[in-house]
Design a protein around this ligand. Structure first.
Ligand SMILES: C[S@@+](CC[C@H](N)C(=O)[O-])C[C@H]1O[C@@H](n2cnc3c(N)ncnc32)[C@H](O)[C@@H]1O
Length: 475
């Protein structure tokens, strides 16, 4: 970016502001190139009250819509009601939807009573993003009779984006701000049960875990009836079972924290040569249940295994090459990322940690950049379906902080616990098979620090801490 051949920097802009050298801006906006104007508008930052905001109005007629967006954004910083008319005219006539949206946002930002009648008009705009900005601008006036009734009507609009935004904006304003950081809530539970393995049925145990106490859940549930430890009467029963467990997972996770679910389609072998085998697309079938519970879908990661590790399904086809009999070898599993619903941005979660913890938790060096992760599977003589450590480590590093409690309700051999400790996190595991729990303790270098409880011992301990949910007895 140059001005009279001089390389323009952010410091030049800061200096001009500090020295009240406002002709610097007039000159740039009236005679410099679009790229220089854009650079200055983008870097101009906070503006003092006595800034001559009129300098921006020279740009109203520019054909570059990116410049128009920034010009109206900067006019909003003036908090000067005399610009409302101009902004309202641009909002009504501009052909670019980003410019119109930014105008309405600026009118809201100026935020005087004069703005109310104009913002009310934009509640009927054809573009839902403009409507959302009008609502934001009107929220401070929501106790005004006209505003209240208009907002109630918008609520009825058949527009998912608008409906959701209004719900969130209104509930956010009404919520009592919790000053205490979330980590300190239920300290009793997290202190007592970090690095704990409970041997029992996760449906019963989870019912006793308080709300909002765990930081990340990474799990791989039983694979329907594909392995002998998982016998369900029907596929529907199986999905109902998972939904019940995941509803509890949602409850015990802290707001805005992640639930990472590893599943894959499964094949239930045919009973005899006369029957067909049956395949179930578990990740796709469970997805609507998770959305229904309240999770937000964030990412779909495909875990790809080397081809030789997949069961060969096309031996026959290789010989006869007849259409319809083709079967692909299945080399991938799904690692689907969900987040417990919140209307807060990730920054809100980050702010709950000290700078030191954030620094310690940074993901350093090489990392997976795409949603296709090539990782070899792991095997264990103690468990038929263990997570590879690399997969577990990626998930824990990307979605948790040092000292967080990582939860796995279907812990199996306890890979999540082992890797959590290696990465300076803590774990809370549930596994129903005693032999898997025993092996975890036998093989884990952290066995000495692991609290190993049966279902009843867990309930007794909760009772002692007066955290037991009274509805359920220890029997
Ligand atoms: C796919 S394996 C998990 C393996 C694990 N990711 C690992 O790395 O070893 C699923 C586990 O869920 C356990 N399980 C099944 N139903 C359960 C229940 N109701 N409560 C707790 N664990 C259960 C099974 O015993 C099995 O070990």
């Amino acid at each position: 970016m140059t001005m009279n051949g001089h390389q323009l920097t952010k410091q030049d802009i800061e200096q001009a502001k500090q020295n009240k050298n406002y002709s610097f801006f007039t000159k740039i906006f009236s005679s410099e190139s679009d790229s220089t104007r854009y650079f200055v508008l983008r870097k101009i930052g906070r503006l003092p009250r006595d800034f001559p905001f009129e300098v921006f109005t020279d740009l109203v007629k520019t054909s570059n819509h990116n410049i128009r967006v920034l010009l109206v954004k900067n006019l909003g910083k003036s908090e000067n009601p005399s610009f409302i008319d101009l902004l309202s005219r641009i909002a009504a006539t501009d052909t670019n939807s980003n410019v119109r949206r930014e105008c309405v946002s600026s009118i809201g930002r100026i935020g005087t009573q004069t703005a109310i009648s104009i913002l009310l008009k934009f509640l009927e705009d054809r573009d839902s993003r403009v409507v959302v900005q009008a609502i934001r601008g009107l929220l401070p006036f929501r106790h005004n009779k006209d505003v209240k009734s208009a907002l109630q009507k918008v609520n009825l609009m058949d527009d998912e984006v608008v409906g959701q935004t209004i719900k969130e904006m209104i509930s956010d304003k009404q919520k009592v701000k919790v000053k205490q950081p979330l980590q300190t809530i239920h300290n009793g539970f997290t202190n007592s049960f970090s690095n704990t393995l409970i041997c029992g049925d996760c449906r019963k145990i989870l019912k006793q875990v308080p709300d909002n106490v765990l930081h990340l859940c990474f799990t791989s549930p039983p694979y329907y009836n594909a392995k002998d430890y998982s016998i369900y009467r029907s596929y529907k029963d199986y999905l109902d079972f998972l939904t019940r467990v995941f509803r509890e997972v949602y409850r015990v996770l802290q707001e805005g924290r992640f639930f990472i679910l590893n599943t894959s389609p499964v094949l239930v072998p045919r009973m005899s040569r006369k029957h067909q085998s049956q395949r179930y697309l578990i990740p796709f079938d469970i997805h609507p249940c998770l959305i229904d519970i309240g999770f937000d879908f964030i990412d779909d990661i495909i875990w790809v295994k080397p081809e030789p590790s997949a069961k060969n399904r096309n031996g026959g086809f290789l010989q006869h090459r007849k259409p319809l009999a083709y079967k692909a070898n299945s080399v991938c599993e799904y690692v689907i990322v969900y987040r417990k619903h919140t209307n807060k941005l990730i920054d809100w979660n980050l702010r709950q940690y000290s700078n030191e913890t954030v620094e310690k938790s940074k993901v350093r060096g090489e990392y997976e950049k795409s949603n296709v992760w090539h990782i070899a599977p792991s095997t264990s003589k103690f468990h038929p379906a263990v997570f590879p450590k690399e997969l577990t480590s990626n998930v824990i590093k990307f979605y948790s902080f040092t000292d967080d409690i990582i939860f796995d309700p279907f812990a199996g051999s306890g890979t999540v616990g082992t890797v959590a400790c290696e990465l300076g996190r803590k774990f809370f595991l549930i596994e129903k098979e005693e032999s898997y729990c025993d092996n975890f303790l036998k093989l884990s270098p952290n066995a000495l620090f692991t609290k190993y409880l049966s279902q009843n011992q867990f309930l007794e301990e909760l009772q002692r801490m007066k955290l037991l949910n009274n509805k359920i007895t220890t029997k």
